[in-house]
Design a protein around this ligand. Sequence first.
Ligand code: ZN
Length: 120
Amino acid sequence: MTEVHKLSCHCGDIELEVSYALGRLLECNCSSCARSGFLHWKVPVEAVRLLTQKRRLSVYLWRDVDGGHHFCPTCGTAVFRTGYRDRISVNARCLVGVDVFTLDVERWDGRSEMPPGPTM
Ligand SMILES: [Zn+2]
């Protein structure tokens, strides 16, 4: 049976479920992740089920029109990112009932690997 993980933003307005085994987690030092503290857990698009109405989410686009940083407009928590083709990166810091200090986290040098991208 597939593991089902629940994630939420801080205020609880945004909730989602991920039906996928908890796996590789990446901390990134790119211009955006360094500021938001996003902890990447990339899962197949079909493994993610949004439990909240889509229009409750806000999105910040800075690199491509098809990829963005999706966050709760009420509490500001970064919930997931799109723009990885068949994957969505969900923020493992939003896992309900999981202490992030118990997770193994790898580092990814996004600062060197990716161009910063336009901010306008
Ligand atoms: Zn919120």
